[in-house]
Design a binder for this molecule. Structure first.
Ligand code: CAA
Length: 288
């Protein structure tokens, strides 16, 4: 995806779990990747964590040392949003708060090239809502990756009402260039994967609340009996219970609060207790 615009980089805004994974993926695909986070030092720490993840793959003989080095060299820390000017594709992966995302997109429109595609990795907010008030909403779309982003094959390309067909086509070929499987989804609550997944997690939580079985037993049934790589509780721990609860609440509201999407009291309790999954050391399981 080069061309006449002279833009030759990808920018990732937000260096949390998803931003880090997306930056690693883009760098692995050969893109000069600009990584920005508003919190001082966060992007640098994410780059270091990517270095550690690549080093583990080198140690296991899955990746050459020179290759790991060149992947890491592709990642450059952006100090301010103005540094994102060379980006052809900008991927936002910041906190799931509408007003904060809108303010960021407003700033991105000012600092990025008019040819750049501006994307959000939101899991549950409306892409059209985020783009509301944008000067050029036709180049704003969703690009929804899955955790861990370097591993999971799917990327949902989310087309909002004002997203142009050209933007969708360019993003589809960008995603293919990353070695991923793009699926264009309508801008609707939860898009495809998260909408299907909510009642799945919800039912597992209800079964736990009703003491039908333990977390470990339910997980084992879904892995050993249904072929899922992780059971629902292990997966909630991987994704983050706060992220899962936030997505459930937003989708439940957006669909008119149907009972089948009702957020689980047990999940609320865990999040309020700070048990957020792997990242906090405890969720449904403990992580030493
Ligand atoms: N970053 C980079 N690479 C990673 C990684 C990470 N965080 N985690 C694992 N990997 C890589 C490993 O390096 C390994 O690569 P190689 O085969 O080249 O060595 C490969 O993935 C497999 O890892 P492991 O052997 O350690 O472990 P595994 O076989 O159990 O796989 C898993 C781990 C890929 C996470 C697998 O358990 C899985 O696919 N789980 C399901 C994950 C899932 O469903 N994600 C979607 C969550 S929903 C979401 O994200 C949407 C949302 O909006 C909330």
């Amino acid at each position: 995806m080069t061309g006449q615009s002279g833009l030759n980089a990808v920018a990732v805004v937000g260096a949390g779990t998803m931003g880090q994974g997306i930056a690693q993926l883009c760098a692995q695909a050969g893109w000069p990747t600009l990584l920005y986070d508003v919190a001082e030092g966060a992007a640098t720490r994410a780059r270091e964590a990517i270095g550690e993840s690549l080093a583990r793959r080198v140690a296991r003989g899955k990746l050459g040392e020179a290759e790991a080095e060149s992947i890491l060299e592709n990642i450059e820390i952006a100090v301010e949003l103005a540094d994102l000017a060379p980006a052809k594709v900008v991927i936002e992966a910041i906190v799931e708060r509408l007003e904060i995302k809108r303010a960021l997109f407003d700033a991105l429109e000012m600092h990025c090239s008019p040819q750049a595609l501006l994307c959000t990795n939101t899991s549950s907010l409306g892409v059209g809502e985020i783009a509301k008030g944008a000067r050029r909403p036709e180049r704003i779309a969703g690009l929804h990756f899955f955790n861990p982003a370097p591993v999971m094959r799917l990327v949902e390309v989310v087309r909002a009402e004002l997203t142009s067909a050209e933007t969708c086509e360019r993003l589809t070929s960008f995603v293919e260039g990353l070695g991923k499987h793009p699926v264009v989804a309508l801008d609707s609550p939860g898009f495809i994967v998260n909408r299907c997944a909510r009642p799945y997690y919800g039912e597992a939580l209800r079964m736990l609340e009703e003491r039908v079985a333990t977390e470990a037993e339910i997980d084992a049934c879904l892995t050993d009996g249904a072929g899922f790589p992780l059971g629902p509780f292990a997966l909630m721990d991987l994704v983050g219970l706060d992220i899962g609860l936030g997505a459930t609440r937003t989708i439940w509201e957006a669909l008119g609060r149907p009972a089948r999407f009702l957020p689980s009291p047990l999940l609320v309790e865990k999040v309020e207790a700070g048990k957020l999954g792997r990242k906090s050391g405890e969720g449904f399981y403990r992580y030493p």
